[in-house]
Design a protein around this ligand. Structure first.
Ligand code: HEC
Ligand code: HEC
Ligand code: HEC
Ligand code: HEC
Ligand code: HEC
Ligand code: HEC
Ligand code: HEC
Ligand code: HEC
Ligand code: HEC
Length: 409
């Protein structure tokens, strides 16, 4: 209720509006119209703006208190009609960049959207170049059907962002005109990140705006878009920054992207370190120290993976034969974790370091190996005991049979 009073006051003071709650003449008349002229009313009724008392005239201007169209669409009353791209940005900014105003409705409201937007290539295209084909606020949010950004039905909800950006970025012809490939959307859809987001419903996996920022050129915490990977993959970034590749920036190389790409990121495999297809060969020649490092890391990782597989097989075999293998399973899990860490360790690009991390896994595997071996030996012992016993019993039975037969005779 208090909200409503404040909003009505705001509307009257800033926009000269009537009392909130009664349908305005804009609504009444436009509801009766067709297509593009009435759709805004239906859409607006579902929106956060309707809920907050933001009316047609707050955005379009005009006089919502009179029934006559000409008088309602009065330029003297600030009527702007259908706003163009530049007007849209200014319009949304009027409220959303006004911190004291926005905090009245939502104490946690951010008011940096316009400021950040103006630094983005979208903002520059619309406001500086006056080209008009890049995204304005409504290209991403809609004009009338705007919901809370976090609503699963909003156009900017993680699972929907790709389609929202894709309206333009999936249009190759349009993108080529700006020297952009237009493959970003198709590529992204093949990536480990899209797979995690769509198939595993893992909302921590990035979609377009997590890497590019909602409004600005890059998200907070990252100095440039190439550095964005490290905001989530913290350990990989840390190791990379300590490696002999830490000078890449100055040389114009683009960090993680050089080896993993940016949109079509695939699950990494040991092939990335193989002597014929290794990723290192993009920059290093066979014979260089880097080539030796690649080969040695490949050997360490593939060796560890093979040991992990064999040991797991032994544990499974013992468990199948009825042995209690809980301890071995736990240690095996530790070894698996260390194996994952040794793949991360690659990012120091140093053989010694990978071998050092892999060693923890190898020691665990030795332990598991011993446990599994003991268990399998125990199985064998019990079996020979069982057969020994069985054999003895059989001989006794035969003797007994012979005895009975001789007695019958
Ligand atoms: C009596 C009916 C009537 C009333 C009242 C009315 N409109 Fe309209 N409006 C129309 C019609 C008819 C059109 C389409 C013809 C035109 O653009 O002149 C239109 C067009 C528009 C357009 C599109 C203009 C464009 O350039 O495409 C907007 C925006 C709009 N109205 C907003 C409003 C707002 C805001 C109010 C209230 C302040 C309002 N209308 C009041 C009938 C009305
Ligand atoms: C939050 C601001 C906002 C509110 C509130 C709002 N509009 Fe709009 N409206 C816009 C913008 C921005 C556009 C231009 C959309 C575009 O270019 O895609 C627009 C476009 C229109 C159009 C032109 C549609 C077309 O496709 O040609 C009409 C008609 C219209 N609005 C009527 C209304 C009516 C009636 C209301 C109230 C029920 C209303 N609007 C409420 C921002 C708003
Ligand atoms: C390129 C697409 C795009 C453009 C252009 C855009 N937004 Fe957003 N906006 C987003 C995304 C994505 C989110 C956040 C969704 C999330 O938090 O997951 C967002 C969130 C918001 C929010 C919710 C609060 C917040 O900051 O998280 C507001 C308010 C908002 N935008 C207003 C605006 C305004 C005003 C403009 C124009 C100056 C604008 N947006 C331009 C994509 C865009
Ligand atoms: C008359 C003032 C006003 C205008 C103009 C206005 N808004 Fe809003 N908007 C609000 C208020 C008030 C809220 C509710 C505050 C909140 O929920 O944070 C809101 C909420 C939103 C939200 C949801 C914010 C969230 O927290 O998720 C988005 C997105 C948004 N507006 C986008 C726009 C866009 C895009 C435009 C321009 C077409 C626009 N607004 C124009 C006042 C306005
Ligand atoms: C209305 C169409 C449209 C929508 C929607 C749109 N974009 Fe764009 N975007 C463009 C255009 C056009 C350019 C090129 C602008 C220029 O260079 O003048 C651009 C440029 C970019 C750039 C800069 C590329 C470069 O290096 O020059 C990025 C990054 C980008 N958009 C990301 C996004 C993301 C992420 C979304 C969704 C959240 C999105 N865009 C939604 C049209 C759009
Ligand atoms: C995992 C992070 C990440 C995700 C997710 C992501 N991008 Fe990118 N994007 C990047 C990086 C990194 C660059 C390269 C920047 C550079 O080269 O300086 C880039 C470049 C771009 C460019 C410029 C391309 C060019 O040819 O100049 C556009 C446009 C773009 N992305 C749009 C999108 C869209 C649309 C989506 C969603 C479908 C998306 N991106 C998802 C990280 C990402
Ligand atoms: C918003 C956080 C976030 C950002 C930013 C991010 N990622 Fe990811 N990444 C994830 C999540 C979550 C997964 C999925 C883990 C899973 O389900 O396997 C993932 C998976 C991966 C994988 C596959 C790992 C594996 O074991 O299969 C690679 C490689 C990867 N990301 C590289 C990158 C690169 C390169 C960038 C920057 C261009 C980047 N990521 C940006 C969160 C992020
Ligand atoms: C010089 C090439 C190179 C660079 C640069 C690089 N990586 Fe990797 N990355 C690899 C290789 C090789 C593997 C796979 C090792 C294997 O499985 O044999 C890998 C594996 C991964 C994995 C899966 C293993 C894990 O750690 O969970 C992730 C995630 C990953 N990289 C993220 C990143 C991020 C983030 C960056 C930037 C900080 C980055 N990479 C930079 C070569 C690189
Ligand atoms: C994008 C190009 C690029 C890729 C890909 C690349 N490197 Fe490098 N690497 C460099 C550059 C440039 C230097 C020299 C840095 C300096 O001198 O400051 C370097 C240096 C090194 C060094 C230090 C010793 C030396 O030769 O100077 C090692 C070790 C190394 N890289 C290993 C690797 C491994 C292993 C891979 C693959 C997983 C790899 N690099 C992939 C560009 C690359």
């Amino acid at each position: 209720m208090k909200m409503k009073i404040i909003l009505t006051l705001f509307a009257i003071v800033s926009f000269g509006l009537g009392v909130h709650g009664e349908p305005t003449s804009c609504e009444t008349c436009h509801t009766r119209l067709k297509g593009q002229l009435s759709q805004p009313v239906a859409q607006w009724k579902t929106s956060i703006h309707h809920q907050m008392g933001v009316n047609c005239a707050n955005c379009h201007g005009g006089n919502p208190a009179v029934k006559n169209m000409k008088a309602a669409h009065s330029r003297k009353k600030g009527w702007i009609g259908k706003p163009g791209p530049i007007q849209i940005v200014k319009l949304c900014g009027t409220c959303h960049a006004d911190e004291p105003f926005m905090k009245k409705y939502n104490p946690n409201a951010r008011t940096d959207q316009l400021k950040n937007y103006l630094t983005s290539n979208h903002g520059i295209n619309i406001m500086k170049k006056k080209d008009g084909r890049a995204a304005t606020c409504v290209s991403c949010h809609g004009a009338h059907d705007i919901l809370k950004a976090l609503s699963p039905r909003s156009h900017v909800y993680p699972a929907k962002v790709v389609d929202t950006c894709g309206k333009c970025h999936g249009n190759k012809k349009l993108m080529m005109e700006f020297g952009i490939s237009g493959n970003e959307v198709a590529d992204y859809k093949t990536s480990v990140h899209a797979n995690a987001l769509y198939k595993k419903h893992d909302l921590s996996a990035p979609t377009c705006n997590d890497c590019h920022g909602n409004h600005g050129a890059v998200p907070p915490g990252a100095s440039s878009v190439e550095k964005v990977c490290g905001t989530c993959h913290v350990m990989n970034q840390k190791l990379f920054d300590e490696s002999s590749h830490k000078t890449w920036d100055e040389m114009g190389f683009k960090g993680c992207m050089e080896c993993h790409g940016n949109h079509a990121i695939q699950p990494p495999t040991d092939t990335m370190l193989s002597t014929d297809k290794g990723i290192c060969l993009n920059c290093h020649e066979p014979g260089e120290p880097a080539f030796k490092t690649m080969k040695a890391m490949h050997k360490a990782l593939t060796g560890l993976k093979a040991r992990l597989g064999k040991t797991r097989e032994m544990v499974d075999r013992a468990a199948e034969k009825g042995m209690l293998m809980d301890d071995a399973m736990l240690t095996l899990q530790d070894a698996k974790t260390s194996y994952i860490q040794s793949r991360t360790a690659v990012h120091r690009f140093n053989t010694g370091y990978v071998e050092h991390v892999a060693k923890t896994a190898l020691l665990d595997l030795d332990k598991v190996n011993r446990m599994a071996k003991n268990s399998l030996e125990e199985v064998a012992k019990r079996r020979s005991l069982f057969y020994g016993f069985g054999g003895l019993l059989l001989i006794l039975l035969i003797l007994l049979g012979l005895k009975i037969r001789s007695m019958e005779k």
